[in-house]
Design a protein around this ligand. Sequence first.
Ligand code: SF4
Length: 346
Amino acid sequence: MGVNGLMTSYLVLSKHILLSIVIRRMTESHAPIETIRPVVVISKCLEFEACRYNSQMITFDFARKLRDYVNFVPICPEVEIGLGTPRDPIKIVQRQNDRHLIQPATGHDISTEMRAFADQFLDGLAEVDGFILKSRSPSCGIRDTKVYSDDNLESHIGKTAGFFGGAVIDQHLGLPIEDEFRLTDPRTREHWLTKLYLHARFRLTKNTDSVDSLVSFHDDNRMLLMAYEQYVTRHLDRIVENEGDLSELDQWELYRSSMLEALGKPMRNSPQVNAFSWAMGQFREHLRSDEKRGFLDMLAQFQTGAVPRSAVIDRLNIWIERYGNEFLRRQSYFCPYPSELTDSPD
Ligand code: SF4
C-alpha cells in the first residue's frame, strides 16, 4: 500500500471498534503480561534431566530463562516407553512404504510403543500453549531427523520429523512448535514467543466462557493481529460479530483456528505498516497535518528498512501518553511477551 493509500485507510474506524469500546466498560478480561504463564511442553533433556541415550543433558540458556515465566511440562518419550538411560541409540528406518523406529544394536522395533505413548500423552494434555523439542532426535525432532534405508544404517536418505515430534505437529498444528536449534535465531524466537503468549491469553480468556471476553480479547490484540495479517483480522471481526450465527463453542474454536492461521509466519513489514497507519488514525482529531505527513514518511522508511520498528513505536507511545489513549495503550502489540525475554540469542 502506498502512502496515499495509508492516508485514506487510517481514516476508517470500524463500527465494531466503537461498539467494543462501549462493551469494554462492562467487561474486563485484560491481564497484565507478567501474570500470564503459558504452558510449554519441552524435551526433558533440554536443561531438565540427563536423559539422553548417553546420559547427557543439553545446556539451553533460553529454557533456563523461560523457567521464571512459563509452566514447563518436561517429557522424555524414550524414557517413558521404558528405554533406560544410558541406552543404545535409535534410528528412523525406511522399510518399503513405512518408517520404523529401530534400535539397531538390539534389533528392537519400538514404533508401536512410541506411537501409543505419543497419542496417550498428547490426548491427556489438558492445556498447552507451545512446544520446544530437541532437534534431530528420532523421537522429538520436528523436521530434521535423519531417515536411513534398511540396508544401510550409516548413510541417511532423507530427513523427517521424529515419531513424537511428528505426533505433536499432527495434533497441535498452528501452536508455536520449535526446536532448541531454531530458537537461537532472534526472529524465530520473537515469533514463537508472540504466538505462545497470544495463545495463552486466548486460553485464559476462553476459560471465562463469556462472549464479551472474546470481544475484549479481540480488541486488545487487534493491532498485533493486523500487524501479522490484515485480511485475517477482518475475518476475525466477522467471527466476533457472529455473522454466521455460530454456537458460542464454535465461535471460540473458529476464532482460535483463524487467529493461529494469522500468525502462521513471522511478522512482515507491510502488514505492520498497515497496523501503524491504523494506530495513527486513532489520533486523527489531535494531529496536525504535518505530524501525520511526518509519520507516514516514517512508515515509508520503515517499510524499506531505513527506520527501525522501535522508532515508530516510540512516536506512537508519545501520542498515546500525550492524548491518554487507553485503547491503544492496552494493545498487546506493544508488549506481546515480557520484555525480559527479548534479549539477544544465547
Ligand atoms: S530428545 Fe527426546 S527422547 Fe531423546 S533424550 Fe531428549 S527428551 Fe528424551
